[in-house]
Design a protein around this ligand. Sequence first.
Ligand code: E4P
Length: 216
Amino acid sequence: MKLFIDTADITEIKEMAAAGVIDGVTTNPSLVAKEGRRLHDLIAEICAVVDGPVSAEVMALNTADMVTEARKLAEIYANVVIKIPMTMDGLRAVRILASEEIATNVTLIFSPNQALLAAKAGATFASLFVGRIDDCGGDGMDLVEQVMDIYDNYAFDTEVIVASVRHPLHVVQASLIGADIATVPFSILKKMPDHPLTDIGITRFLNDWEGGTRDG
Ligand code: E4P
């Protein structure tokens, strides 16, 4: 499974890129706003660090303006992916951008039918917001299973991104289902290498080493 980092913070992106564990980046308007920087400058800086797909979201809500914004973003770097909200206008924009070979990521997907339409329109990626479904008392992973089945049934090329990840178990569940990608916040990526038995094991090895007899 590919892992993307879900952040617009360049320091976080550099730290995870240096560890070789991320295959791409997703941003959204809330994450970009936190950085207080011009979107195009920020995306250019991220693309210089990460070779994989880097998602940047359009702010327009009608098809024509979405396509105009998307074309400008796509000029920044070849690996920029245009995030488009899941609406009828968004689907029309996806269709136009697909015909121009501009990669898209349909965002804010909460139902199997939305994911089906995103794939039919020609989306490169479909982002399923599992955490926000869980927040409402649903089960976000049910949606991931359903969408993976639908895409398999009809051999759609659209890749499933498990988004709105809230904890490391979401990443485990996504990988067991066979989702193509999980996009994970920095704070959760940081937790993934941790295990108390690893820490105990390191301490025990060090203690034994210090207490033992050895050469060198
Ligand atoms: C996905 O691309 C979004 O940026 C993100 O996963 C949203 O997560 P949230 O529900 O924690 O805001």
